[in-house]
Ligand binder design. Structure first.
Ligand code: GLY
Ligand code: MN
Ligand code: MN
Length: 439
């Protein structure tokens, strides 16, 4: 299946915008290292999101350098990457090499990454600020400090050493938070694939299958449609397992009469999708399951209605909480007035997480949730999840027909100019639609 890819010129424009925000100095941004799983086997390679956001370059062993313009010199974009290597390419496949990378990814200069330690100190000389991300990888931190010290060692020759290291993520997080129309197109395509995976899961679920068989349907659908990896480890949780928020074992047998909670989303061209659906393993909700399911769905509807420009980040969460807390009171799960339950946070026995997060290249994406101590306002181009839930463990204080019901309903929502758009709306979620699809 053909999917949309962001043109390389868009990455160049992002670098230019980032350099404008820097105003002065040099940014040095490495991609992620390859990671060994065991002995000679590696984890599937995933580039660093910040590096990829500014380069579109997916090979490992690469470092991006951006030098802001000065009175004397124009802005410069430099890529260090693996050199061409006939022998290695026979074993591991094509690599661009500096020459082709320069053309294809619109860099001003490119060098073999083996020259990084030699060239970087010359680029840091006479720069006042280094933009990089410290505290993320200690070997990287030490390398940056070594380069700085190498420049300091030359100060008697008249070279000026950088005065400070600034976190490049402060600028980049704000840029990543507002998605361009191209990014939205990729996220929509990722969402469409995940929708199909959830539909397939609903259609193939039957009592006595195992959770991993349903996980296989999800991964198969992602791959079949061109999304090679899940954006995070899929949660396929039958019955009581759904009450373990980060359950990823996915090894249990599915029982008729239980619900199945699936939290799964693919990554496509570096962008995540993140959907949760919960449905009855035998295709029919019981009365108690219906009560809780409809409550969570009502909470989600109320929360999504709050997603619009100008509303605060926390408004969807507050809306979901009010609906859930009132529902818990009505169903006899919590006691007292709505205000009292909200005040005491007694609802946390059944709903203990927040209602969403930013979504983008990372499933829990970059971007601050508060600014100057207050929840930030939603703006057109922000993408977030809305994912209320209810998790009821076996407990003497709870009516037994509610035991082991774990439900979450999660959609991906973009803030538009005047309202919102649900990217994952096509995944069935009303009781009627789910029961019909599962017939
Ligand atoms: N799938 C991770 C989350 O929902 O936050
Ligand atoms: Mn989520
Ligand atoms: Mn999720």
């Amino acid at each position: 299946m053909q999917t949309f890819t962001i043109p390389t010129q868009s990455y160049l424009k992002r670098r230019q915008l980032f350099a404008q925000h820097m105003q002065t100095g040099i940014a040095v941004i490495p991609t992620a290292p390859e990671r060994i799983r065991n002995r000679d086997a590696h984890y599937p390679y995933r580039f660093d999101s910040y590096f990829y956001y500014l380069s579109g370059f997916t090979e490992p062993e690469a470092v991006l350098v951006i030098v802001a313009k000065t009175d004397k010199a124009p802005e410069k974009h430099i890529l260090f990457c693996r050199a061409k290597d006939k022998e290695r390419e026979i074993w591991d496949g094509y690599r661009y090499g500096p020459e082709a990378a320069k053309e294809v990814f619109s860099f001003d200069e490119t060098y073999p990454v083996t020259q990084l330690d030699e060239i970087l100190p010359t680029l840091l000389a006479n720069q006042t600020v280094i933009y990089t991300a410290l505290g993320h990888d200690s070997s990287w931190d030490q390398r940056v400090i070594r380069w700085m010290n190498q420049v300091r060692d030359q100060i008697r020759t008249g070279v000026m050493a950088p005065e400070r290291i600034t976190d490049c993520r402060v600028i980049l997080d704000e840029m990543r938070l507002i998605k361009s129309s191209e990014e939205l197109q990729v996220i929509q395509e990722a969402a469409n694939i995940s929708v199909q995976a959830h539909q397939c899961a609903m259609q193939t679920t039957k009592p006595d299958k195992y959770e991993y068989e349903i996980e296989a349907e999800l991964l198969y659908t992602f791959n079949r449609l061109g999304a090679r990896f899940p954006a995070y480890t899929s949660i396929v949780a039958g019955g009581a397992n759904a009450c373990v928020l980060h359950y990823v074992e996915n090894t249990a047998k599915l029982k008729s009469g239980d619900l199945l909670l699936i939290d799964a989303g693919c990554e496509l061209h570096g962008y995540a999708s993140d959907i949760t659906r919960t449905f009855p393993i035998n295709g029919k909700f019981s009365a108690a399951q219906k009560d809780i399911y409809q409550l969570v769905l009502n909470a989600q509807t109320a929360a999504i209605a709050q997603v619009k420009p100008g509303n605060l980040w926390n408004d969807p969460h507050q809306a979901a909480l009010r609906v859930l807390a009132q529902g818990f009171i009505d169903l006899g799960l919590c006691h007292g007035s709505l205000d009292a339950v909200l005040e005491s946070e007694d609802y946390k026995r059944f709903y203990m997480h927040r209602t969403g997060h930013w979504l983008g290249m990372d499933v829990h994406d970059a971007g601050q949730y508060k600014q100057y101590g207050a929840w930030r306002a939603l703006q057109s181009g922000m993408v977030l999840t809305v994912e209320p839930g209810c998790y009821i463990r076996a407990d003497d204080k709870v009516a037994e027909h509610f035991w082991n019901i774990g439900i979450r309903i999660e959609d991906d929502v973009v803030v538009t100019a005047s309202d919102h758009h649900i990217l994952t709306a096509a995944a069935p979620k009303t009781i009627a639609d789910i029961e019909e699809l599962m017939q």
